[in-house]
Design a protein around this ligand. Structure first.
Ligand code: GDP
Length: 267
């Protein structure tokens, strides 16, 4: 084992530049706190009820290799010592603006390394008017739109790609839908959310200044258009790479391996 001061030195020397920070978002009750406490300790702990975001630090498990170390001949022990920070955010509808503010912070605060959007895969279903699906899709729509706007605002030289993973959680529950189904349900529902919001904006635009309401909407909508099928893939045009992985922190299932795989790929 390395002497403690070497750990400290490695930690300090890298931490200044490369401490990876992930922001954890999603509706209330999706399992965000249970997920990050599992990343930290291997098992979920009691729900965090405070309004202040909870940040935990966890090293990458020895079973995973950071993508930045993959082609290095040197031992990547130093990288492993760098803790990865995960910040939980409040999922309640009225507090989501706090989370949205953290996604695209004002400079000089660096943006997060990536975003982890947690959904309860047992609370979504394709049945008409599923409130869980609608709520998750609305929130994810707003997150993606905030990223799209930030990308458009940034000068192209500083616009940064941002990865987002949707965790289809609670896969141990027998009512949970597999990750692939969660993906298509969310895409379809986000398409509907986008259309609904566009109609709202058209209504406002028409009352006013002679600007073509439709055109304004087409430009501002998520993925560049307000109608038709929405797919996560279109977001790559704005530097947003969306992945979907399944996971669970209780019972039997794939656990958090898929999420660690994704995290390792981003650092
Ligand atoms: P948050 O509001 O998103 O932070 O959600 P919590 O982490 O507080 O989790 C909400 C509830 O879901 C808690 O009762 C958790 O124990 C439960 N939960 C979280 N993850 C899982 C899981 O993978 N499987 C099961 N069965 N329950 C889970």
């Amino acid at each position: 084992a390395l002497p403690i001061f070497v750990h400290w030195y490695l930690y300090r020397s890298r931490a200044a530049t490369v401490t990876p920070k992930f922001l954890v978002l999603g509706p209330s009750g999706a399992g965000k706190t249970a997920l990050i406490t599992t990343l930290e300790r291997g098992a979920p702990t009691a729900t965090h009820t405070s309004l202040t975001p909870l940040t935990i630090a966890a090293p990458l498990p020895a079973t995973h290799t950071p993508s930045s170390a993959r082609y290095r001949s040197t031992n990547d022990a130093a990288l492993r010592l760098v803790p990865i920070l995960f910040t939980d955010t409040p999922g309640h509808g009225k507090l989501r603006h706090l989370a949205l503010g953290l996604i695209t912070p004002a400079p000089p605060t660096p943006p997060p390394t990536g975003l982890i959007f947690v959904v309860d895969a047992a609370a979504l279903s394709s049945e008409a008017d599923n409130a869980g699906l609608r709520d998750a899709a609305e929130y994810l729509h707003d997150v993606l739109l905030a990223l799209q706007r930030a990308y458009e605002r940034a000068k192209s030289s500083v616009a940064r790609e941002i990865p987002l993973v949707v965790v289809a959680g609670k896969l141990d529950l027998f009512t949970a839908l597999p990750a692939g189904v969660v993906r298509s349900l969310l895409e379809a529902e986000i398409g509907r959310v986008r259309e609904t919001k566009a109609r709202g904006i058209v209504g406002v635009g028409k009352g006013g200044d002679g600007l073509g309401g439709e055109e304004v909407v087409e430009e501002g909508a998520l993925g560049g258009r307000a109608e038709g099928k929405f797919e996560f893939g279109v977001m790559e045009e704005w530097g947003i790479k969306v992945s979907v992985v399944g996971g669970n922190v209780r019972g039997e299932g794939p656990g958090v391996t898929g999420l660690w795989d994704w995290v390792a790929g981003q650092i």
